[in-house]
Design a binder for this molecule. Structure first.
Ligand code: SF4
Length: 324
């Protein structure tokens, strides 16, 4: 499958306020949110990006939607460099690439009616006004909001969390996009409505033939949605493989720890947790060599001296670890 989105050695650093000592030393500290990320998203594929908070996955999603610019490296969409998108080409990209927000309670302007919230992307994209009502109704039908016109005059605070997330999805779909990034799409919702939203995400991707990237900390969730999973740690991809391979045969020690933390729905079965230590290091000063080495039970002298590169190995895995 041809790639729709290609990332090559993508870097994103955020400058931070310097201390007096850093000014005196001429140092320019930065949070290294992404540190050389390379992968492709095939046209029509569903890819998950997982990792702990602070691993860079949300920054990655923002760069893929051109909501932020990389510090280095290159991203292409449909073969065209995203750095060069301006004017009408940028507007065309905005029509094709949409975001499903993490928190539906913050995603909608509380002063806008639901109709106004969903029609807004059509207004911004200069779509003929005569098409607005039909397009909005069609988007509501896609997200299974029965009696959709019943919602049009309501305000966000009058809807439940599950209804709001469907409205957020309708807004993302109203322009007929080709590419969707969903950032923790159910993490703010009650457990009782999560399954319905997940089923809807899967349904719209399949029926509309969308390419999708799901950002999550939850491996159990992405197993349901995605054929392929990338695991990120401190701004780098440490493992990339078919999702079932990641879950059944994780290779990187960090991935093994993530998999071991997923609850097993059988009281007679349990996975031995991997003894990883401490917390994620400060992204301003990551450890030399392998950034996971301070927490890794298998760390060896080579891990401090040499950064492991992401290399292809068996079972369709790419792994960044000196053990592999
Ligand atoms: Fe652990 Fe070394 Fe592999 Fe890093 S490179 S994950 S420290 S064994």
């Amino acid at each position: 499958m041809a790639a729709l989105v290609e990332l090559r050695d993508v870097v994103k650093h955020f400058p931070v306020t310097r201390s007096l000592g850093e000014i005196a030393r001429g140092a320019h500290p930065a949070v290294r949110a992404l540190d050389g990320v390379t992968f492709d998203v095939g046209d029509g594929d569903a890819v998950a990006v997982v990792g702990e908070s602070g691993c860079g996955k949300t920054t990655l999603g923002r760069l893929m939607l051109k909501l932020a610019e990389p510090t280095g490296g290159a991203i292409t969409f449909g073969g065209a460099p995203m750095a060069g998108l301006t004017g009408e080409r940028l507007r065309d990209f905005r029509r094709q690439a949409q975001l499903v927000f993490q928190n539906p309670f913050d995603a909608l302007n509380p002063r806008f009616t639901i109709y106004r919230a969903v029609v807004e992307p059509l207004i911004n994209a200069d779509i003929d006004k005569a098409e607005h009502a039909d397009r909005v109704a069609s988007a509501f039908r896609r997200v299974h909001l029965a009696d959709f016109d019943r919602y049009f005059d309501r305000y966000p605070h009058q809807l439940s969390g599950g209804q709001l997330q469907r409205v957020v999805m309708a807004r993302a779909l109203v322009l007929g996009p080709r590419f969707l990034v969903a950032d923790e799409p159910v993490s703010m919702l009650d457990v009782s409505v999560r399954a319905g939203i997940l089923a809807l995400l899967r349904e719209v991707r399949e029926t509309m033939g969308l390419t999708a990237v799901y950002i999550s900390h939850d491996l159990a969730l992405v197993r349901y949605l995605c054929e392929r999973t990338l695991v990120m740690y401190l701004g780098r991809v440490v493992e990339d493989a078919p999702t079932e391979e990641i879950v059944r045969r994780p290779r990187h020690p960090y991935t093994k720890a993530l998999v071991a933390a997923v609850p097993v729905p059988d009281p007679d079965q349990s996975r031995a947790p991997l003894p990883i230590k401490g917390n994620v290091p400060d992204a301003r000063e990551p450890p030399s060599g392998c950034s996971f080495r301070d927490r890794c039970p298998y760390a060896m002298p080579r891990c401090a001296a040499e950064t492991p590169m992401l290399r292809s190995t068996t079972g369709g895995h790419r792994v960044a670890c000196h053990l592999d």
